[in-house]
Structure formats: C-alpha cells, structure tokens
Design a protein around this ligand. Structure first.
Ligand code: CAA
Length: 240
C-alpha cells in the first residue's frame, strides 16, 4: 500500500506541482482547495487526484475534512501545509481584516491542518510534516507585515514540532520558496515584479516543480534525519 499524502491548496500553483510530483513518486495524494471548483474539477480530470473542499482557516471544517480523507483514502502519512493567501498593503494602510485573513489562513491554517493528523502519526510512528513558508518569512517584505509574520511563524512551528515528533518517527520541515511563477506572484503589479526579478541573482522566477522536488525529498524515508530544518529555494536572492 502506498503512503498517503495530503496537500492543502493542492490543486493550483505550487500546491498543484507538489500534488503531481508526489503522485509521480508513488504516493496516494489528496488535495484540498478553498473555492475554485472549476480549477479543482479540471485538476482531478487531468491527474486523477481526488480533491476536497474546505477552508483551512476553520478548525472544525479541517478536522471533518481530514476525517473524510482518511476514511476514503487512508491514514495520512505526509501532510503538506501549502495553502496560503496574500493581502498586501503598506502597514499604514493595512486593515485589521487584512491582518486577520492572512493570519487565519496561513498560520492558524497550519495548526488546523497538522493538529488533526498528528495523533495518528504518533500512533503509527511515522509522519512527514512539510510546511511551505516563504523567503518573505525570512527577510520580511514591504507591504507584507501580515504575510511575513505568518511565514516566519511557520519556521517556529516546524522547529517545535520537530522536537516533539522526533522520537515518534515524525519529521517537520519547512521550505522557503523565493518568487515562483504562480498566480500569486503574477498578481503583483508588473513594474514591481520586474524590480523583484532584477534582485534575483538567477535572473528568473522559480518554477513550481523546483519546490515540488524539495517536497518529494522531504517526504521520503531517506530524509528521516532532516528534522526542524528550512530549505531555501530562491535563486540566491537571500541567505539566512
Ligand atoms: N520598497 C520600498 N518602497 C516601496 C516598495 C518596496 N519594495 N514597494 C513600494 N514602495 C513604495 C512606492 O514606491 C510608493 O512610494 P511613494 O509613495 O513615495 O510613491 C509606496 O511605497 C507605495 O505606496 P502606494 O500608495 O502606491 O501603495 P499601495 O497602497 O498602492 O500598495 C503595493 C501597493 C500593495 C505595495 C504593491 O506595490 C505591491 O503589491 N507590492 C508587492 C508586494 C510584494 O512583493 N508581495 C509579494 C507577493 S508574492 C508572495 O508573497 C509569494 C512569496 O512568498 C514570495
């Protein structure tokens, strides 16, 4: 029986590439999405990967969704907390609503995704928790006080989970993608995006598949001693 992987936000962007790469690597994959039914249906048609709709910001929805996935697909061995949103604004213009939306989805959403699968991983003495953070959690970013706070928070989550899970055969690691060619980055005004690309020594945006390959490695048995770490994949834009 192949291991089961859950990818939140797994039908679009970086998450789509992760879902496909895990499937290609032999895992049984379930992908969640928040709202875009059409994109999710197309994704399932093309890949055969089952999709489930819930809001990661809501604990009860997440728990119920995860129970459904486990009943239909099997116990979750690998969880990839990838779902995330931006609500960019300079701090003096950022509204409490923009702050809370991003915190609820990107940070509390990680808690809501990992917490329900954690007891099963502990019982089965195996688990892989992979959180998709961001270069902007490492360096901060103009107009992203909310987003950078959540992505820095992700690093605290995995470093703590790593210590709690180590003896139970569970690893927890983060990946910090730099600027990747997805809808999220394409939504940045073109002039701003051009100036960002000019700051990337590689001279280009990253590709979602370049992040997906990191996930496949962290999901594997071979990565068992890598725990609490952060992989930066940013074209040399920033070093920790
Ligand atoms: N550094 C310094 N100053 C900056 C700046 C920067 N990076 N970006 C904008 N500014 C300045 C502008 O030049 C402007 O200055 P003036 O007032 O002197 O002209 C001011 O800040 C912006 O004022 P505006 O009133 O124009 O700002 P706005 O309310 O219209 O907001 C914005 C514009 C939301 C900041 C927009 O520029 C934007 O989206 N910027 C991109 C932010 C970004 O990089 N987000 C990352 C998204 S991708 C992602 O998050 C994925 C990942 O993990 C990497």
């Amino acid at each position: 029986m192949s291991r089961v992987a859950l990818v939140t936000g797994g039908s679009r962007g970086i998450g789509e590439a992760i879902s496909k790469a895990l499937k290609d690597a032999g895992y049984t994959v379930a992908a969640t999405y928040a709202g875009n039914d059409e994109a999710a249906a197309k994704f399932t048609d093309e890949t055969g990967i089952k999709t489930y709709k819930w809001n990661v910001a809501d604990y009860d929805e997440s728990k119920a969704g995860i129970e459904k996935v486990e009943a239909e697909v099997g116990p979750i061995d690998i969880v990839v907390a990838n779902a995330g949103i931006t609500r960019d604004a300079p701090f003096h213009k950022m509204t409490p609503e923009q702050w809370h939306q991003v915190i609820d989805t990107n940070l509390t959403g990680v808690f809501n995704t990992v917490h329900p699968v954690w007891p099963g991983m502990r019982e089965r003495k195996f688990g892989r928790v992979i959180v998709i953070s961001s270069i902007n959690g490492q360096k901060g970013q103009f107009a992203q006080v909310n987003y950078a706070a959540t992505k820095a928070g992700d690093l605290g989550i995995v470093k703590s989970l790593a210590q709690e899970g180590a003896r139970a055969g569970i690893t927890a690691n983060a990946i910090c993608p730099g600027y990747i060619g997805t809808d999220m980055v394409m939504a940045v005004p073109e002039k701003v995006r051009e100036s960002i690309i000019a700051q990337i020594p590689a001279g280009r945006l990253g590709e979602p598949e370049e992040i997906a390959r990191c996930v496949v490695f962290l999901a594997s048995d071979d990565s068992g001693f890598i725990n609490g770490s952060t992989i930066s994949a940013n074209g040399a834009q920033f070093f920790v």
